[in-house]
Structure formats: C-alpha cells, structure tokens
Unconditional design. Structure first.
Length: 132
C-alpha cells in the first residue's frame, strides 16, 4: 500500500501498468464528531503525483467526481459509487515530472505537486485548483 488507511481517506495498491489510479476522501467521516471543531474553516489537501520507472512525457489527466449519498466500493484501481447521486465531475490535464527508478526506492521527496483541493466545512463547497 502507498499510504495507511484512515477513517476518511483510502488509497490502494500501486498500478504498475499504464492506466488509472484513484484515491477516496470521505468528507462526512472527516467532519463528524470532535473533528469538526478542530478543523479550520477551509480544509486544504495537496494533490501530488509520481511516476515509477520512465515517465515518457509525464502528461496526466486529474479527474474529480463528487457524490451525495450511497456507498463507495473499490473496484480494481478505482472507486465506484453505489446508490448515490453524482453531483460533480470534472477533469484537467497537467504534468507530473517527478519519477523514481523503481518502486522500492525512498521517493518521499520525489513527488510533483499538481494541485490543491480546498473544502469549506460550513458551506460544503469544494474547489480544485490544478497547477498550484
């Protein structure tokens, strides 16, 4: 696994082939209970990327989809919403320049920042800015 499982954030095995990878952020559990008062009004999440091995041109498309209700189910390298309503989808091209030679080296400092997600906990609005 790339990162540890938490109540509100999930990721999965690294896709070693060409294709999609996904991360899931569940805002509901993040904002529930004691967390709400401890969090700032705007929750900022950096979006980072990395290539393993060769990166060719490094071009990628970042896609965001938001759902209201339902449950999320992991399918392969993606997450699928079951029973909810899609309330937003959008994508933006960008470039990931960082890469490692293989999957086993320490690459913590070898990530490219590709964007920022800003979530307002009161209005429940989210803005995604690619390239900053």
């Amino acid at each position: 696994f790339v990162c540890k499982r938490k109540l509100w954030y999930f990721c999965h095995e690294i896709n070693m082939e060409s294709g999609n990878e996904a991360a899931l952020i569940q805002m509901g559990p993040l904002l529930d209970g004691d967390n709400y008062d401890k969090l700032p009004l705007e929750i900022r999440c950096g979006i980072y990327g990395n290539w393993y091995g060769g990166r060719e041109r490094g071009n990628v498309t970042i896609k965001f989809t938001a759902y209201k209700g339902g449950t999320m189910e992991k399918r392969g390298y993606d997450f699928v919403n079951i029973g909810g309503e899609e309330v937003y989808t959008g994508d933006a091209p960008t470039n990931v320049s960082a890469h490692g030679e293989d999957n086993w080296q320490n690459i913590k400092t070898l990530y490219s920042k590709v964007g920022t997600m800003i979530y307002n906990k009161e209005s429940r609005d989210c803005i995604v800015r690619i390239g900053e």
